[in-house]
Design a binder for this molecule. Structure first.
Ligand SMILES: *[C@@H]1O[C@H](CO)[C@@H](O)[C@H](O)[C@H]1NC(C)=O
Ligand SMILES: *[C@@H]1O[C@H](CO)[C@@H](O)[C@H](O)[C@H]1NC(C)=O
Ligand SMILES: *[C@@H]1O[C@H](CO)[C@@H](O)[C@H](O)[C@H]1NC(C)=O
Ligand SMILES: *[C@@H]1O[C@H](CO)[C@@H](O)[C@H](O)[C@H]1NC(C)=O
Length: 414
């Protein structure tokens, strides 16, 4: 017993020495923050619960973490837990982690015969068995216990501490005053660098009724955002680039025009609620932000290629904007319990060449809509109910000139 106390004292000291902590009642395991939710829930509810605290379902990407999960739930009586992984095919390369980082082709612990998306696209972790901790596909409507995951952080005096940054919610200011207020707190208007951070920012307003908030970006074009803290643009969720201003607003509700979590451009002078962000421990406002010099990422030119397109992205008819001469099938996917929202920016097709959208990952799924030509610029939007959408463009007409086809943008929405 004495030895045990001594050992746990050492362990506590080792982790405290590094100052890595977990927030929101999560437990530090290796370098991850986990929390077990023993009450069974279907996959959608499980994801939603994790998202509401700014996290995801847990993901293990190496053998050490995978074994640690079994020890973590040991003694709770729980034997199966949902994990942050889903598969749209029977090969590991068709499985995606909730944080969209890494791939189960690098490390996985699927049970023999898995992945098998025929059984279900969601993946759970089985504690018993030999070896323990195997990954098995399950029907997403099944109810199981689950483990959520948050990034670890460092201690700070702020209330909202996430992934080594402090966040502050402030009230109604135009862009320039908001940025000044943030600087007085040693921070800047918030910049957002991953889907996780974007979900987190959205989640801290889950109890509010605001439609949107101001974030710290200025969009100079649909594809280029300058962040006021000088950080590089390495993630974008800009959905609507409008004409009413260049300052970025983040939508907190899904409306006719915006999806929850998406960004759109708005007026810079309108007073808006806003979020400041400062790095952990940086209570000494000495540094001035480096000038924004980052190069815009070049979006992949839309082509027709087989395989899966992960959101966000853009698809177009073959040879766009030249005349198409073939059919094309596109499987659009996003992670977890998010949905696909597709917006056609432009359609000019022969009326016998139809674009069909299906609510799933193949043409066997329920049809959402068949889109015929609308001759020109459009803004037609369709949303899937699950995390995949199959789009099939059928070239029936034999037309060899005159039609430039279509282009469409697709996003991941909550
Ligand atoms: C602290 O530990 C975490 C997780 O083990 C590690 O990622 C991080 O680099 C460590 N930080 C320092 C300053 O040693
Ligand atoms: C998950 O459970 C909720 C609440 O019980 C229910 O409304 C929803 O339809 C379920 N979804 C799925 C995909 O089973
Ligand atoms: C704040 O920064 C200044 C200039 O870099 C330094 O001299 C001072 O010691 C710092 N104060 C604290 C509390 O870190
Ligand atoms: C898609 O169509 C819109 C509207 O015509 C156009 O502004 C945009 O440049 C097109 N995108 C691509 C990648 O061609």
């Amino acid at each position: 017993m004495k030895l045990l106390i001594f050992l746990s004292f050492c362990l506590a000291t080792v982790s405290a020495g590094n100052n890595t902590i977990c927030t929101s009642g999560f437990t530090l395991v290796n370098s991850k923050c986990w929390k077990l939710y023993p009450d069974p829930a279907n996959h959608t509810i499980a994801e939603r619960t994790c998202t509401n605290v700014g996290g995801t379902l847990f993901m293990t990407k190496n053998a050490i973490d995978n074994r640690a999960l079994a020890s973590f739930v040991d003694g709770s009586g729980v034997s199966h837990v949902w994990m942050g992984l889903f598969c749209i095919g029977n090969d590991k390369s068709f499985c995606y982690f909730d944080d969209q980082k890494g791939s189960p082709t690098t490390y996985n612990n699927f049970a023999p015969g898995f992945p098998n998306s025929g059984v279900g696209r969601c993946v759970y972790y089985s504690v018993p068995g030999s070896p323990g901790g195997q990954w098995i596909n399950g029907d997403c409507t099944e109810t199981l216990s689950y483990v959520c995951e948050l990034p670890p952080t460092q201690p700070d005096i702020c209330d909202i501490n996430f992934n080594n940054n402090c966040y502050f919610r402030l009230e109604d200011q135009p862009f320039s005053t908001a940025q000044l207020e943030c600087q007085q707190m040693c921070g800047n208007l918030v910049s957002i660098h991953s889907a996780e951070e974007n979900r987190f920012i959205t989640s801290i307003y889950s109890q509010s009724s605001y439609d949107s908030i101001r974030i710290g970006g200025i969009a100079t074009s649909k594809d280029f955002i300058v962040w006021t803290d000088g950080s590089t643009m390495d993630y974008s969720n800009l959905e609507v680039f409008g004409s009413s201003g260049n300052c970025l607003w983040l939508s907190l509700q899904t409306t006719e025009y915006h999806s929850k979590g998406s960004w759109f451009t708005g007026d810079c002078t309108t007073p808006k609620h806003f979020v400041c962000k400062r790095p952990i421990g940086d209570l000494n406002c000495s540094a001035t932000p480096p000038p924004p010099t980052s190069a815009p990422p070049t979006p992949n030119p839309p082509t027709c290629s087989t395989g899966t397109y992960m959101a966000p992205g853009i698809i177009a008819s073959p040879n766009y904007p030249g005349q198409y001469r073939s059919s094309c099938a596109y499987t659009l996917a996003t992670y977890g319990s998010n949905k696909i929202r597709i917006t056609f920016n432009y359609i000019y097709t022969s009326n016998s060449d139809v674009i069909s959208m299906y609510d799933g990952d193949s043409g066997d799924a329920p049809l959402i809509y068949q889109q015929y030509s609308t001759y020109g610029t459009t803004l037609k939007t369709y949303i899937s109910t699950g995390n995949t959408m199959y789009v099939y463009f059928k070239y029936n007409s034999g037309a060899t000139s005159g039609y430039s086809g279509f282009n469409a943008t697709f996003y991941s929405v909550f």
